[in-house]
Design a protein around this ligand. Structure first.
Ligand code: PRT
Ligand code: ZN
Length: 293
């Protein structure tokens, strides 16, 4: 009998078994307090302290497993979900596995812009996204699907150009190719099945998301402690935009206070310099484990 997303109370989450997304996904799950035994040797692993089991599979299979309700959630690149045209809900975008799907051709060849692709052959592992792109532009191309080493196709004269995942661009360069057009920006996403879920599972997903959001918020923030003159408190509040009600404690030194607060990591250096200029001293910055907002 086929499993539906409802047929068991544990949340089943699909993650990549072995590849670029595996370590980061496992780190994230550990970061939100989930503990697993031996996920390297088993395909289905039960979590010891949360009602979750992990299914470890190839990333290509994740969108369909989630779409079909075999898994309730999955961590996978947007490139895979969109190539499969999977009917799922994207719950969160995550800041790892960031890459783009781009068209590339020989540096010195006759394809230098999108319109030059008319009548050309393109090798790719992403035939759907490639065809969709050219159909939308009304440009006729011949799309050849190959599963690996796409970047050598032009040299082998299997194709005039390629459509492949790019991250640093080094692979393209090493193969004498230039990136011409990005057709998709991608990152890892947490996807959810659109099959009906029981109230119990919905609650578990809410709890899971709350932990994930808290963890991510904490990763993007720092706890900051400093000493400052009492009469600078108002100015310091203005410097730290997120600071609504900092903890302010009097110090033994007359006219000095200790201020504790949380700041976003992006604003860290600018805020720091301005705080010093306002007379803040003894500034201590600490990482945060998690935040419940
Ligand atoms: O075995 P399985 O099917 O699970 O793994 P896989 O080999 O298909 O995928 P994997 O582990 O290589 O990548 C998993 C996911 O990571 C992809 O689906 C993307 O969402 C994401 N990702 C991020 C990347 C890259 N960066 C990336 N650079 N996937 C592939 N690449 C490859 C690309 O195909 C090309 O060969 O790296 C090369 C280009 O890299 P640069 O840095 O030279 O531009
Ligand atoms: Zn894959």
């Amino acid at each position: 009998m086929q499993r539906t997303a409802d047929s068991n109370t544990s949340l089943r989450i699909a993650i990549q078994k072995s590849g670029r997304l595996t370590d980061k996904t496992i780190d994230l799950l550990k970061g939100i307090g989930l503990r697993f035994d031996d996920y390297k040797r088993n395909l289905l692993v039960k979590c010891r302290n949360f009602d979750v089991e992990l299914l470890l599979i190839r990333d290509d299979d994740i969108p369909e497993y989630v779409q079909d309700g075999v898994c309730d959630l999955g961590f996978v690149g947007a490139n895979e979900t969109q190539e499969k045209g999977a009917d799922v809900t994207v719950l969160r975008g995550l800041d790892y596995g960031v890459c783009r799907l781009s068209l590339a051709a020989r540096k010195d060849g006759d394809i230098q812009s999108v319109n030059d692709f008319e009548g050309k052959t393109i090798a790719t592992s992403y035939p759907k996204l490639t065809r969709d792109f050219f159909e939308e532009k009304d440009i006729n191309t011949d799309v050849v699907t190959i599963s690996g080493a796409v970047e050598i196709a032009p040299r082998l004269e299997v194709a005039d150009a390629i459509c492949d995942i790019v991250s640093t661009g080094n692979t393209l360069k090493a193969n004498g190719l230039q990136e011409l057009v990005t057709i998709l920006e991608s990152e890892t996403e947490l996807i959810q099945t659109n099959k009906k879920l029981s109230p119990g599972k919905k609650k578990l997903i809410d709890k899971f998301l709350q932990r994930m959001d808290g963890h991510q918020q904490a990763e993007r923030s720092r706890y900051i402690m400093m000493n400052a003159p009492q009469d600078s408190v108002q100015k310091i509040k203005e410097i730290i935009p997120s600071l609504k009600s900092p903890t302010v404690m009097p110090l033994a030194d007359n006219g000095m206070v200790a201020i504790h607060t949380v700041i976003p990591i992006d604003e860290f250096w600018v805020v720091m310099e301005r705080l010093k200029a306002e007379g803040a001293s003894g500034i201590v910055i600490l990482p945060i484990e998690s935040m419940i907002l």
